[in-house]
Design a protein around this ligand. Sequence first.
Ligand SMILES: *Cc1c(COP(=O)(O)O)cnc(C)c1O
Length: 368
Amino acid sequence: MNIPFLSFNDINKSIKEDLKNEFDRFIDDGWYVLGNKLKTFESEFAAYSGTEFCSGVGNGLDALIISLKALGVGPGDEVIVPSNTYIATWLAVSYVGATPVPVEPRLTTYNINPEEIEKKITSKTKVILPVHLYGQACEMEDIMVIANKHGLTVIEDNAQAQGATFNNIKTGSFGNINATSFYPGKNLGAFGDAGAITTNDEKLYRFANIYRNYGSEKKYYNEIKGINSRLDEMQALFLSLKLKLLNSWNAEREAIAATYHSLLENVDEIILPQLANNATSVYHLYVIRTERRDELQSFLNQNSIGTLIHYPVPAHLQTAYSELNYKKGDFPIAEKIASTCLSLPVYPGLTNEQLVYITDVIKKFFNA
Ligand SMILES: *Cc1c(COP(=O)(O)O)cnc(C)c1O
């Protein structure tokens, strides 16, 4: 049995005919950028996220950069970020000239530990930027309490968690302004690059909406120095179609996670992902931990099971961040996760038979 780490076959099969029909309509319309299809998707995604506004942009990194710009973050400012995240979260902070200040996650949930945030707040701190990593909502209630207490703003990095909730409230609706990504591999993926900003703040929304379009609302009249980062009509059209199925796809991912849990809970050598109280996960990734990670990964590979490591090198140890002078040991929890984590296949269409095969191979490895 050959099981790739990720496959779009099942998702695409279910919508192929609809996509083709919509694409036909799109060609006949002949309007490619900033049109009605984007407007429609933006209002649909705002409604899905439980926010008043949504602005479609070119990708998730730009969504983060524009959110930071909207809050006026720049040189001299500090932004609290998780020590374990995809590099994009840190890069966005660097791009606006601010400094990322890492805070360790909980080893159990992999999400930023609210109890550690206050220790890192200084007079320069402007924003707390939690990441709903691997699909699980951060402990947003505690994070918002800390932000309010210190007069800080919050940006959620919701690239991996569209549809997740904390206390029954959707991720992407807690922060002042929030960023998400529709990179093809995300839970809601486009057929190329795309991203969005969600917010309830009309002023921030308006800033984002014009910043992504050269700083212009009225053509050829520029209020601010913006960039070109727009979610195009074709991707918006496809995303509208796929958004209708996101809840059922997320439910399928949750069911897969539950199956992994029941099939693996008695394997002592591995640690399974855990949820925080009141948090749900849409299982963008199903990440287990084991001290024998590299051996397990190659054994799975020999048995034709694809896995990945998210992420092998924490941001503070990346060459790109040598300027911050961090060394090995500075963020031991992030480093521990990086050296022990392994992402198993999780995507709509993965069958029970495949899950039994994957978990049988894992058990065989540890029993040998
Ligand atoms: C994917 C991702 C991003 C960046 O999104 P792109 O669309 O690839 O630019 C940012 N943050 C996290 C946590 C991500 O997983």
